[in-house]
Design a protein around this ligand. Sequence first.
Ligand code: 5GP
Length: 125
Amino acid sequence: MPIDATQPYDDQNIFAKILRGEIPNRTVYEDEWALAFHDINPQAPEHVLVIPKGAYVCWDDFSAKASDAEIAGFTRAIGHVARELGLLEPGYRLLANAGLDAHQEVPHLHVHIFGGKPLGPMLAR
Ligand code: 5GP
């Protein structure tokens, strides 16, 4: 079910539980600002989710309220993970779903990294 991204942050969401270590994950990278882990239902040979450590519902929430340090740290973490996965040369896609029309399902900001094969045109029809 897609979520309404204008609602307040719910600290019982699945990624909040992953951040607290209450649910296991296959971690790819972690630093002060971000955690990256394999998507449980991969849509490409490489499908990694990168989430900020702070409590932000979606990109709007994050871009409006996060500190400059959080934004820089999260952005750098995404770049680092894509690089470490070896995706720079073949290419990759970043995707952040926000709210109902985008079908965001987990109400904690996450950026998908897809790669490992030619990904085709951007939008599914
Ligand atoms: P969204 O549609 O919100 O952009 O994407 C949510 C993503 O989270 C989906 O790709 C889904 O497979 C993934 N996901 C949902 N629950 C879990 C979980 O418990 N662990 C992991 N690793 N991924 C999850």
